[in-house]
Design a protein around this ligand. Structure first.
Ligand SMILES: *[C@@H]1O[C@H](CO)[C@@H](O)[C@H](O)[C@H]1NC(C)=O
Ligand SMILES: *[C@@H]1O[C@H](CO)[C@@H](O)[C@H](O)[C@H]1NC(C)=O
Ligand SMILES: *[C@@H]1O[C@H](CO)[C@@H](O)[C@H](O)[C@H]1NC(C)=O
Ligand SMILES: *[C@@H]1O[C@H](CO)[C@@H](O)[C@H](O)[C@H]1NC(C)=O
Ligand SMILES: *[C@@H]1O[C@H](CO)[C@@H](O)[C@H](O)[C@H]1NC(C)=O
Length: 377
C-alpha cells in the first residue's frame, strides 16, 4: 500500500518535472566569452584578456540577482583589481583571480540593470574572461552605447597612478561619466611620447598606442610579445580624442625639437584613424611644489613649448586644412593641495578638480552632457 502510494507520487513528480523542467532544475544563464551580448571595450587580446587600464565589458541584464566571472589562466596573479558599477552608480573595487569570482552587486533594481566592469590598474591589469554566469531567469539584453565616446591618450597623469581605484577615479573617466559617454584611456605611467625606453617602459606611447598590449607585455612570461591593434575593434568608434603627454619626454631629456616633431607625426598618424574627430591637446599643468611654485616641463622654456605646441596646431595641421585640433591650456589647473606631496601626482580631489575644469572647458567649447544613458533610459 505504502509502496504503491510512493510509486504513484514518484510518477506524479516525474510528470510535473516533465511538464515544467525549469521549475525543478532552473539553470544558470551562462554567457561564454564569444557571446555577442557582451559589450567589450578597450584593448583585449585573443585569449581574450585585457591590457591597459579602463578596458572591460558592459552587460545589460533583466531580472538580475547574481553574477559570477570565470577567469582563465592569463589573469594577473594573485589578483586583478576590477572596477564594478551597477546602473551607473559609484564604482567599487572587486579583486578577482583566475577561477570563479562571485561579484557583489549593489544598486540592483527591477527591470534592466547595466553592469560595467573594467580593469583599474595600468599594471597587473589582465582579466582573462572565459564565461559569465548569471542567476536562473536572468535575461540578457543588448548594451546600447552612448553616442559620445572619448579616447584619452597619456601617461601616469591620465592613468590614475597612485589613486586607490586607479583609472576609475582619474579625470578622464570622471569627465566621461559627466557627459554620459563611453571612455577609453590608453595611458602608460612612465612612458614618453617619443619611442624611447623610459621609467621601465620599453616603448613610448607613439609606438604602443597602436598595439593591443600596454608596455607591461615585456615583463610578462605568458604573453611576452606585442601585436598590432585593429582599430576596427574600437567599441564604439571614438567621437572625441584627448591627449595629455610629455612629462616623461621632458624627464628623459628629449629635446623640444624632437618632442614637437614626434607630436606632429603622432597626430598625423592619429588622423589616419580618427579622420573627423576633434583632437584636444593639453598643455602641461606642471609639477606643483609646497612653496606654491609650479615647474613646467622643459624648465625655463615652457612658454616656448606652448608656442611650439601652438605651431603644431596653427602652422602645421591647420596649414593642411585641419581646423579640428584644439589646445586646452591647463596652466594653473593643478596646485600643491591637488597632488600627493611625495610624487606630485593628482590625489582623489585633484582628479575631481581637473575633471570639473575640463568639463567646463568642453561645455564652453560646445559639448553637452546627454540627458540620460541610452542603456538605462
Ligand atoms: C584589492 O587589492 C589591493 C592590492 O592587494 C588592496 O590594496 C585593496 O585593498 C584590495 N581591495 C579590495 C576591495 O579588496
Ligand atoms: C527571475 O529569476 C527568477 C530566478 O532567479 C525566476 O524564478 C523568475 O521566474 C524570473 N522572472 C522573470 C520575469 O524572468
Ligand atoms: C621578454 O622578452 C625579452 C626579449 O624580447 C626579454 O629580454 C625579457 O626578459 C622577457 N621578459 C620575460 C619576463 O620573460
Ligand atoms: C637629463 O639631463 C640632466 C641634466 O643634464 C641629467 O642630470 C640627467 O641625468 C639626464 N637624464 C637622462 C635620463 O638622461
Ligand atoms: C596658457 O595660459 C597661461 C596663463 O593664462 C598663459 O600665460 C599662456 O600664455 C597660455 N599658453 C598658451 C599656449 O596659450
Amino acid at each position: 500500500m505504502l509502496g504503491a502510494l510512493i510509486s504513484v507520487l514518484w510518477g506524479l513528480t516525474a510528470l510535473i518535472l516533465l511538464a515544467n523542467p525549469a521549475a525543478a532544475w532552473a539553470d544558470d544563464v551562462t554567457l561564454f566569452y564569444d557571446n555577442p551580448l557582451i559589450f567589450y571595450h578597450g584593448r583585449w587580446d585573443v585569449s581574450p584578456g585585457t591590457w591597459w587600464a579602463s578596458s572591460g565589458f558592459n552587460l545589460v541584464v533583466d531580472n538580475l540577482s547574481t553574477l559570477t566571472l570565470n577567469l582563465g589562466p592569463h589573469t594577473t596573479t594573485p589578483l586583478v583589481s576590477l572596477g564594478v558599477s551597477v546602473n551607473y552608480d559609484t564604482v567599487y573595487t572587486f579583486n578577482a583571480s583566475a577561477g570563479t569570482n562571485t561579484i557583489p552587486l549593489s544598486s540592483l533594481r527591477s527591470g534592466p540593470n547595466v553592469v560595467r566592469i573594467n580593469v583599474e590598474g595600468w599594471q597587473n591589469n589582465r582579466m582573462n574572461l572565459e564565461s559569465i554566469v548569471l542567476n536562473p531567469g536572468a535575461v540578457v539584453l543588448p548594451y546600447i552605447p552612448s553616442p559620445l565616446a572619448f579616447q584619452f591618450i597619456g601617461d601616469s597623469l591620465s592613468a590614475g597612478q597612485y589613486v586607490p581605484e586607479g583609472v576609475d577615479q582619474a579625470w578622464p573617466l570622471l569627465t566621461t561619466e559627466y557627459f554620459k559617454a563611453e571612455g577609453t584611456v590608453n595611458a602608460q605611467p612612465g612612458a614618453a611620447l617619443a619611442d624611447i625606453p623610459a621609467w621601465g617602459n620599453v616603448h613610448g606611447v607613439s609606438y604602443q598606442f597602436f598595439r593591443t598590449e600596454d608596455t607591461g607585455y615585456y615583463s610578462t612570461t605568458d604573453h611576452n610579445y606585442t601585436t598590432p591593434w585593429n582599430f576596427a575593434f574600437d567599441h564604439p568608434t571614438p567621437t572625441h580624442v584627448v591627449i595629455h603627454i610629455g612629462a616623461n619626454d621632458a624627464s628623459q631629456n628629449v629635446s623640444q625639437a624632437l618632442f614637437v616633431q614626434t607630436y606632429m607625426d603622432f597626430i598625423s598618424r592619429l588622423r589616419t584613424i580618427y579622420i573627423y574627430q576633434p583632437i584636444f591637446v593639453f598643455t602641461p599643468w606642471g609639477w606643483p611644489s609646497a612653496d606654491g611654485s609650479i615647474s613646467y616641463y622643459y624648465p625655463g622654456a615652457y612658454q616656448t613649448y606652448h608656442t611650439l605646441t601652438a605651431r603644431i596646431l596653427r602652422g602645421y595641421r591647420h596649414a593642411l586644412g585641419d581646423e579640428n585640433i584644439f589646445l586646452v591650456n591647463t596652466t594653473g589647473w593643478v596646485s600643491w593641495e591637488d597632488v600627493y606631496p611625495t610624487n606630485q601626482h593628482p590625489n582623489v580631489e585633484g582628479h575631481q578638480k581637473i575633471a570639473g575644469l575640463f568639463e567646463a572647458w568642453l561645455e564652453n567649447w560646445g559639448l553637452r552632457a546627454l540627458p540620460s544613458w541610452p542603456s538605462l533610459p
